[in-house]
Design a protein around this ligand. Structure first.
Ligand SMILES: Cc1cc2nc3c(=O)[nH]c(=O)nc-3n(C[C@H](O)[C@H](O)[C@H](O)COP(=O)(O)OP(=O)(O)OC[C@H]3O[C@@H](n4cnc5c(N)ncnc54)[C@H](O)[C@@H]3O)c2cc1C
Ligand code: SF4
Length: 511
């Protein structure tokens, strides 16, 4: 055999680099379901089902082309204990001239493949991942020239380089950034009528995987009732078309808004399909831009969406490869509190967290502001250990892959890398959550109170965080106003905040 082509679970692209030049007469595809990958963090059941079902559908599609595929399934009589194990077994069986793969999205997996091939003295050809619009080298070149990394400047360069939303070389609509027109809260009496996203009813293959995961990973978090994620390219394309037609027009305005029992809002729900490579970011961006050109969606909404896919997604991946492996250990504030159990159950009296975690366990999904300003904000204010918080985010979302999750968690939510690419920590008191949602209305705490038994933990811990880090905040032009706000409190008020905070921090598991 010439090439043993290893396809990982997040590389399900028939036009991807690994399959380039595939010759069914001389090559063979290898796909491995490994228990170690599903248990490396305590994965949500829906995340496991999504990966396994998408892999099985992809293998079936390749076989229907007449391509030889070795598929090592979790429910085989002798399943692979790990990716490395499966790869080593297959190399011994097929004796290929070389193993070919697209470069993995995770450093741990890359090392594991290199080690497995080295141990058998087989050549490993890792091909650059053409899925992304910015390669690792291009990002490193861009970053190398700069003291600080700012997504906004990267994004503008990407818009220019790829000619996206430009008119005569200038940004469409005369501005690069429409944030001011986006990000409204819902009206006080609730969101306007929301177009429901499509639900992809599990076919026979997905139902089998659901049954298998329900049994083998019964103790893992989350539920599989109503699993609805797209697992094939066809379904992912339908999900994209539905978003462009029904929710893109309202995407910008309500990007940051949250509401009780409204898990999806106007969001695209495309991250999992993108991260598994069932969708290509170029087609996603092109579809959004075309909607604007045809007058079907306003420019602020389209720009806001393109910014996420062309800007944030590519930027975050660039940062991952630039800053690994130190990003894994980053802990700027030296935080070491354990993650409370209610992060895994949603059983907390704080309604915002109950809502955000509850929908996470139900769907494997929460939108960006719920991740950043609810679960992430609490983790930072309460001083939870970054590594434990990272493992939680990597476990509970269907779109979770380390290159996307870790920079968002360590860099954006926890400021654990000391502001490498954010100008300030993303922290807020309960007032922000009260403004952007109706969560506080159904809560036993009051976002306005800084002390007493009904004081909102976010509010108390926010002021306590400023109190503890006043000098650092005073030295940063982006946070100097926050430092001035805490400086206005007299000694008695600051003492009361510290006492309330100590009480809250001592009882986190019961909050
Ligand atoms: C702590 C934390 C952890 C996160 N973990 C992940 C993760 O594991 N995987 C993941 O794909 N995203 C992650 N994100 C980013 C973002 O929250 C999700 O991409 C988004 O919520 C997915 O929902 P959506 O598809 O409806 O996104 P939309 O709001 O519709 O946005 C469109 C697309 O833009 C991309 N995107 C938007 N923001 C980001 C971002 N900050 N980083 C990378 N891509 C972005 C996604 O591909 C997304 O599908 C995380 C954010 C935070 C704060
Ligand atoms: S009062 Fe505080 S804890 Fe309760 S929902 Fe509002 S922000 Fe969350």
């Amino acid at each position: 055999m010439r090439n043993l082509v290893l396809l990982l679970g997040d590389q399900l692209d028939a036009d991807g680099a690994a399959l380039g030049g595939f010759d069914p007469g001389r090559d063979r595809v290898l796909m491995i379901e490994s228990r170690a990958e599903a248990t490396h963090v305590w994965s949500h059941k829906a995340r496991i089902v999504l990966f396994l079902s998408a892999m099985r559908h992809f293998a079936e599609m390749l076989r229907s082309r007449g391509w030889p595929v070795s598929y090592l399934a979790t429910d085989d009589p002798a399943p692979a204990a790990s990716l490395a194990d499966g790869l080593i077994t297959a190399i011994r069986e097929h004796r290929p001239e070389r193993v070919v793969a697209c470069e993995p999205g995770e450093l741990r997996v890359r090392k594991l493949l290199e080690q497995a091939c080295r141990s058998l003295d087989v050549r490993l050809e890792l091909r650059p991942d053409a899925h992304f619009l910015c390669s690792g080298t291009e990002f490193a070149d861009w970053a190398g020239k700069r003291k600080t990394l700012r997504m906004e400047f990267f994004y503008r360069e990407m818009r220019r380089r790829h000619g996206i939303l430009l008119e005569d070389g200038a940004p469409a609509g005369g501005r690069w950034n429409f944030d001011a027109a986006n990000r409204s809260a819902f009206p006080k009496d609730g969101p306007p009528e929301l177009p429901q996203p499509p639900r992809f009813v599990p076919d026979r293959m997905t139902r089998d995987v659901i049954a298998m995961v329900g049994k083998r990973y019964a103790e893992h978090p989350g539920t599989l009732d109503g699993f609805h994620w797209p697992v094939t390219r066809g379904d992912a394309q339908a999900a994209l078309a539905d978003f462009i037609e029904h929710r893109l027009p309202g995407f910008g305005s309500y990007q940051d808004a949250m509401w009780t029992d409204m898990p999806f809002g106007w969001h695209s729900l495309l991250s999992a399909a993108l991260n598994l490579k069932l969708l290509n970011p170029r087609e996603v961006i092109a579809a959004a831009v075309e909607a604007w050109q045809r007058g079907r969606a306003p420019l602020p909404a389209v720009e806001g969406f393109v910014r996420q896919v062309l800007g944030w997604r590519e930027f975050i991946r660039g940062v991952y490869w630039l800053d690994m492996p130190r990003l894994l250990e980053a802990n700027h504030f030296g935080h070491d509190r354990p993650l409370p159990d209610w992060y895994w159950s949603g059983e907390t009296q704080m309604n915002c967290l109950r809502q955000a975690i509850g929908q996470t366990l139900r769907h494997g999904y929460a939108h960006h502001i719920q991740r950043l300003m609810v679960t992430g904000n609490f983790a930072l204010l309460a001083g939870l250990q970054p590594r434990a918080v990272h493992e939680w985010y990597l476990a509970v979302y269907v779109d979770a892959v380390e290159w996307a999750e870790l920079p968002n968690t360590a860099g954006m939510a926890l400021y654990a890398n000391g502001g490498r690419f954010t100008s300030k920590p993303y922290i807020s008191s309960g007032a922000y959550i009260g403004r952007m949602s109706n969560y506080c209305r159904g809560c036993r705490y009051d976002p306005k109170l800084r002390s007493g038994p009904r004081a909102c933990p976010f509010t108390v811990l926010y002021w306590n965080f400023l109190d503890r880090n006043e000098a650092e905040f005073a030295g940063n032009p982006r946070t100097v106003l926050m430092a001035r706000n805490i400086a206005r409190f007299d000694a008695a008020e600051r003492r009361a905040i510290r006492q309330s905070a100590d009480r809250i921090l001592a009882t986190i598991p019961q909050l």
